[in-house]
Design a protein around this ligand. Structure first.
Ligand SMILES: [Zn+2]
Length: 578
């Protein structure tokens, strides 16, 4: 760096009339600010285009083709990119804009999407309509209100303006930077990325060498994404042989969510149902559950001979199961306490032993022998019983339970320095436990989750870009799953991480918004990131007659210089871009 400073001042001294260049950050910042009004307008304009896939007319399959509005948003973004002078490609399911030396062998990808979730209940949008792009003050900053402002139209369009700032500042790049506009991220099974990947596998498209996805809601680079082991336990019960029959069991709405409700119906003689109700009430009281906040309702219909039990839980993401309260676990526990001779009671007892109603992070997974980590570093293994159901009640009654287990795998060693279980180990332990309990279960998953080493180029440079642009440090994080970046697993051989941008509120909710000052700051951060990921010091040295020469100003300042000074200038410029 010292050498560079010396050479720069030497060159300025030797070359009167040459513009006094600032740092890369100054150049980029100036261009981002020069374009900011246009950028704000562009984000507003694209937010006004209704682009969600959930209502594609006439489409009945599981995944829709992009809605006409999504395609319109794609056209809008690509048109902007073309106006900026970028190379543009449009396919039915995606499009991209690219800039950087056309003959550069490597490409860096910035992955985002232009489809959004549906606006939801319009009444809840009380700060501005979902497609109005109204600017209001929120938390002391001007925010653009609208669906997609934060997820993900605002961030990915900002990335386009980051690249424009680099182009406007004539920053020399060694790699091409490609901004990818997906069309089926929020709904549509990521078919956009699949379509691209399919082409890349056929050699008709290019894999990036590195990338980031500004679709995660924060500038913390995601370096580990947990993955899952899934247990589908199907256990037949003989209702005919039991005095009290299990006729209904239904809890949970998704495998990856903590169940907030579970309902059961038992049929049998009154005195037994009364005894069951009492045993359940006593068990709940003994556990010290907060029944005022999360009630359990009992309904004993003596005439019909039916006891109904309705357990309330608290929903949370499966990867944060410790933050919720599983209604399903509680229900299985209550069923296990029934003083009866019945298969369902035995199944409930066995399941409760393996997945007790206990959300204490220190105990999570302990019953399965897989407890590990904690919530501070988020290297914790979580266990969630997403479903508890009675299937084929009339023909072949079967209790179905789904367990979703999330783990960070060996990747967690990157932060803790301790050894961690692999997915395969977790899977094997869980299989053994179910086998030992004589419960029928199909255990799947156990793969190696998305992990990027902390000292890898992508993590180091993204952190540096953030620090240089904002003066603040940012720590990489672990997430419990599902970022767009993981659409391309790093087993393909490149590192793509979820990263950027700060300053949004309410992804997928009413009043979704993006702070304008944070958006502009984010544009700077991303521009620096692109410059660092495609560093000029790896670029060929500019030649005197090279059109790609950096800072070839419109006033022709560089063109009138002699050959020798140009060579020196080239060296200086290459150095100062480090
Ligand atoms: Zn998104």
């Amino acid at each position: 760096m010292k050498l560079f400073a010396a050479m720069l001042s030497l060159s300025l001294f030797l070359l009167p009339g040459v513009p006094a260049w600032g740092t890369l950050l100054d150049d980029v910042e100036a261009k981002v600010l020069a374009n900011q009004e246009e950028q704000i307008q562009a984000v507003k304009d694209i937010v006004k285009i209704e682009s969600y896939n959930e209502t594609t007319p006439g489409y009945s399959g599981p995944y829709p083709n992009p809605d006409a509005g999504v395609t319109e948003a794609l056209d809008f973004a690509l048109e902007k990119a073309e106006e900026m002078g970028f190379r543009v490609v449009k396919e039915p399911l995606y499009g991209y804009a690219e800039w950087g030396p056309e003959d550069a062998e490597e490409m860096v990808m910035v992955l985002g999407h232009l489809d959004t979730v549906a606006p939801g209940n319009p009444v809840l949008w009380d700060l501005g309509g979902p497609f109005e792009a109204k600017v209001v003050e929120r938390d002391g900053e001007d925010h653009i209100i609208g669906r997609g402002t934060f997820d993900d139209k605002g961030p990915i369009l900002s990335a386009l303006y980051s690249l424009k700032a680099l182009k406007d500042a004539n920053v020399l790049l060694s790699r091409r930077v490609r901004i990818f506009f997906g069309t089926t991220e929020d709904y549509g099974g990521w078919r956009c990325v699949s379509a691209y990947a399919q082409k890349a596998r056929a050699g008709e498209e290019e894999w990036p060498v590195l990338g980031f996805s500004p679709d995660s809601g924060s500038f913390q680079p995601t370096y580990i994404e947990k993955t899952s082991v899934n247990v589908r336990a199907y256990n037949k019960i003989d209702n005919d042989a039991a005095d009290v029959k299990l006729t209904f069991l239904n809890g949970g709405t998704a495998t990856n969510a903590v169940s907030d409700r579970c309902q059961v119906a038992l049929q049998g003689p009154d005195h037994q149902l009364k005894a069951i109700k009492q045993a359940m009430q006593e068990a709940a009281a003994a556990e010290g559950w907060d029944l005022a906040a999360l009630p359990i309702k009992f309904e004993l219909n003596v005439d019909a001979g039916v006891l109904s039990v309705d357990v309330t839980g608290r929903a949370a993401h499966s990867g944060q199961a410790w933050a919720g309260v599983g209604a399903n676990n509680r229900m299985m526990f209550l069923l296990s306490k029934a003083p009866v001779n019945a298969d369902w009671q035995v199944v409930a007892e066995k399941l409760t032993r393996l997945a007790p109603p206990d959300e204490n992070p220190d105990n999570m997974g302990a019953a399965l022998g897989i407890q590990e980590g904690g919530i501070e570093l988020d290297d914790i293994v979580t266990v969630n019983m997403g479903f508890a159901r009675l299937e084929s009640a009339d023909v072949e009654p079967t209790i179905y339970n789904h367990l979703n287990i999330r783990y960070p795998d060996k990747g967690a060693e990157l932060i803790t320095g301790k050894s961690h279980q692999s997915g395969a180990e977790i899977k094997a332990k869980v299989e053994d436990k179910f086998k030992a309990a004589r419960l029928e279960a199909n255990v799947t998953g156990g793969g190696y989750p998305y992990t990027v080493p902390l000292d890898s180029e992508i993590i180091v440079k993204l952190q540096k870009a953030y620090k240089d642009a904002t003066g603040k440090e940012v720590k990489p994080c672990i997430t419990h799953g599902g970022t767009y970046a993981s659409a391309w697993k790093n087993d393909i051989g490149f590192s793509m991480v979820a990263w950027g941008i700060d300053g949004g509120i309410g992804m997928h909710e009413a009043n979704e918004s993006l702070s304008i000052p944070k958006m502009i700051e984010g544009t700077k951060v991303m521009a620096l990131a692109m410059a660092y990921l495609a560093p000029a010091d790896e670029a060929p040295q500019p030649q005197p007659d090279d059109d790609a020469r950096p800072h070839k100003s419109s006033s022709g300042g560089c063109d009138s210089l002699g050959l020798g000074t140009l060579a020196l200038l080239g060296a200086v410029l290459v150095l100062r871009r480090r």
